[in-house]
Design a binder for this molecule. Structure first.
Ligand SMILES: C[S@@+](CC[C@H](N)C(=O)[O-])C[C@H]1O[C@@H](n2cnc3c(N)ncnc32)[C@H](O)[C@@H]1O
Length: 270
């Protein structure tokens, strides 16, 4: 890949998905886009570059974004957010919202759905509190490929072995030929939508919980601030923003205050 081609793709991917790539990622860009180029039958990488530069289509753009995004996820990832959800955040929200009996949750950049289904199973296991409530879990991602898997609710033995507690597996999954399928009553709790975090979400309404985990790491500090500031407008004043275990708002935005629950921390709007 020529330097000019590398710079073009860095700019293209930044504009389309916000993903910031620097020189240290040249090998990664080359390897991942080579695969896309070959899958399209382009004779050389330069032909592929010219096709994207002068004749791109939404489908081709999606292929490039999908090649450059990292869908790594698992059920109940990091455990502590889900322990806090069950033991603190949901019981608190139950008290605060029992007059209106409604909860809206956004799993932003949810990849193949494990995060959203982990939230749904946690809530379903708290039927004694939330039975009869209006519960809406919106799960979004920029990639059609991961959304297709998420919507199918089908996972391999390996995928369920990563983080899925055995009691919940037997309660909320059915064994299939190729692995496991999420029960319909859990699937019905989640709405999956294609969505780029750089697009406007003013019309998404207000959420009680926003999970925005392990995606901001791919963006510049200015872009992290842009997204976090806008999310603050969609978060209920009693609600919580939940980031990935290695992520923080400090040095990025002052719109939130930190709330600690043992090892776990969430953020509330000021
Ligand atoms: C590492 S996964 C995180 C999945 C899940 N939140 C978790 O923590 O396990 C990152 C996801 O962010 C998505 N993504 C990357 N850029 C995005 C953007 N601009 N808008 C929406 N989703 C994006 C990717 O497609 C990928 O599925």
């Amino acid at each position: 890949m020529q330097q000019e081609e590398f710079l073009f793709f860095c700019d293209f991917i930044k504009k389309k998905a916000g993903i910031h790539l620097d020189n240290s990622k040249e090998y990664l860009v080359q390897a991942r886009l080579d695969d896309v180029s070959k899958s399209l039958g382009c004779p050389t990488f330069t032909d592929f570059y010219r096709r994207v530069k002068f004749n791109s289509t939404p489908d081709l753009t999606d292929k490039i974004i999908e090649a450059m995004t990292t869908p790594e996820t698992c059920f109940f990832r990091d455990t502590s957010p889900f322990d806090a959800l069950k033991n603190h955040l949901l019981p608190e929200l139950f008290e605060k919202k029992k007059d209106i009996k409604s909860l809206r949750i956004w799993s932003a950049a949810s990849s193949t759905g494990q995060e959203a289904y982990s939230i749904a199973m946690t809530l379903r296991d708290m039927q004694d509190m939330f039975g009869g409530w209006y519960i809406h879990i919106m799960s979004t991602d920029i990639s059609n490929r991961v959304l297709k898997i998420a919507r199918s609710g089908k996972y391999s033995q390996f995928e369920v072995s990563r983080g899925m507690p055995v009691n919940l597996l037997s309660k909320y999954f059915q064994k299939t030929d190729g692995g496991w399928a999420v029960d319909d009553k859990i699937k019905r709790m989640v709405e999956f939508r294609k969505f780029n975090l750089f697009d406007t979400f003013v019309n998404f309404g207000t959420f009680d919980l926003i999970f925005c985990r392990n995606v901001l790491i791919y963006f510049t500090t200015a872009d992290k601030k842009n997204i976090l500031d806008r999310m603050a407008s969609n978060l209920d004043k009693r609600g919580h923003l939940i980031l990935g275990s290695t992520e923080t708002i400090f040095g990025i935005t002052d719109k939130y205050t930190k709330k600690s629950y043992g090892r776990f921390a969430s953020y509330q709007i000021k």
